[in-house]
Design a binder for this molecule. Structure first.
Ligand SMILES: Nc1ncnc2c1ncn2[C@@H]1O[C@H](COP(=O)(O)OP(=O)(O)OP(=O)(O)O)[C@@H](O)[C@H]1O
Ligand SMILES: [Mg+2]
Length: 313
């Protein structure tokens, strides 16, 4: 993190690009660091965009396994059979398109950490397979009839779903939840830690390489906003205003047109690059109901000294 964030927001600190000022978050990260020292499985819960991914990486980075791979698997991003082969690997010829043996992510993560993201979306069949693996550490590649191999991985899982509700609805195995939730970290939503907003805003602005200063009025609006999409929402809001036009975002945020590529790279690196088509036809809530938008973002206009987004080149 930049020294500026520390200077202007006393108490804010950053661990592996993790901006934290709120005492509850500081405590949560301390717990995460202690959890990192153990081998216990960790379940990270919290709303979308709160930073679960960052917490998982923080745990790996502070563990004895940090020199070994951190392998993330998004359990919601693929079909059941693809996820099975993704996790456990497959042997050549086991299905159409399996031209060669492919190791699973669990094998790739050997001696490191496997991050099972969106674990609440796993099918009951995959949950049963995962449970079996957690019980004996053994994996059998898709299509292999040979003996199972043994891998040593630390398991960190995350979900934005309420697992107890899924269990009540018969969609998630209770025994699997207990297996995964040896250590439970619940990341609070941004609206419950508004003291994190000013350093976060400053951090993101600094990362663009431009110096843009938010006036007191604009900062107060940001602090009071409810942030249903948490940290990821900041960019999506801008996109609603510009109807999916990334170039127009630069103007909105007071950046130079020459920074376009850098800005896009920044968004991609932070997993914040939303599909512009979603915003093209004014489909999202914010575009249909502009009164929900922050007044400062509602009327993009050239930044001037009176603008709440007072900018310094
Ligand atoms: N405290 C923070 N400091 C710096 N960046 C943050 C912080 N919290 C979140 N971010 C950034 O916000 C974005 C969303 O965070 P992340 O991907 O970790 O959320 P998530 O909880 O995993 O969300 P989802 O459930 O949608 O996957 C990322 O680009 C992340 O780097
Ligand atoms: Mg995530």
């Amino acid at each position: 993190m930049s020294a500026e964030v520390l200077r202007s927001h006393a108490g804010a600190s950053s661990l592996s690009g993790f901006i934290v000022a709120n005492p509850q978050m500081v405590a949560l990260l301390a717990t995460a660091s202690r959890a990192a020292a153990s081998e216990g499985k960790v379940l990270i819960t919290g709303e979308s965009g709160v930073g679960k991914d960052l917490v998982a990486r923080h745990i790996h980075a502070h563990s004895r396994r940090s020199g070994r791979p951190f392998v993330a698997v998004n359990c919601a991003a693929m079909t059941d059979s693809l996820l099975e082969s993704e996790l456990f690997g497959h042997v050549k010829g086991s299905f159409t398109g399996a031209y060669r043996d492919k190791p699973g992510k669990l094998q790739v993560a050997h001696r490191g950490t496997i991050f099972l993201d969106e674990v609440g979306e796993m099918s009951l069949r995959m949950q049963a397979m995962l449970l079996r693996f957690l019980e004996n550490g053994e994996i059998q590649s898709v299509g292999s009839d040979g003996h199972a191999s043994h891998v040593d991985v630390r398991v960190v899982a995350a979900t934005n779903r309420n697992l107890s509700e899924l269990i009540a609805a018969g969609q998630f195995r209770e025994d699997l939840m207990y297996r995964l939730r040896v250590i439970h970290l619940e990341v609070p939503p941004l609206r419950e830690r508004r003291d994190d907003i000013p350093p976060l805003v400053e951090y993101f602005v600094n990362r663009t390489g431009r110096s843009v200063r938010f006036g007191e009025a604009a900062m107060q609006l940001l602090i009071r906003h409810r942030w249903p999409g948490n940290v990821r929402e900041l960019v999506r809001r801008g996109l609603s205003t510009t109807r999916g036009n990334y170039r127009a975002l630069l103007k909105l945020f007071g950046m130079a047109p020459a920074d376009y590529k850098r800005f896009l790279n920044f968004l991609a690196a932070h997993d914040c690059r939303a599909d512009f088509r979603e915003f093209r036809n004014g489909a999202p809530e914010m575009a249909r109901r502009p009164e929900l938008m922050l007044p400062a973002l509602q009327k993009p206009k050239p930044l001037s000294a009176e603008s709440p987004l007072a900018s310094v080149g």
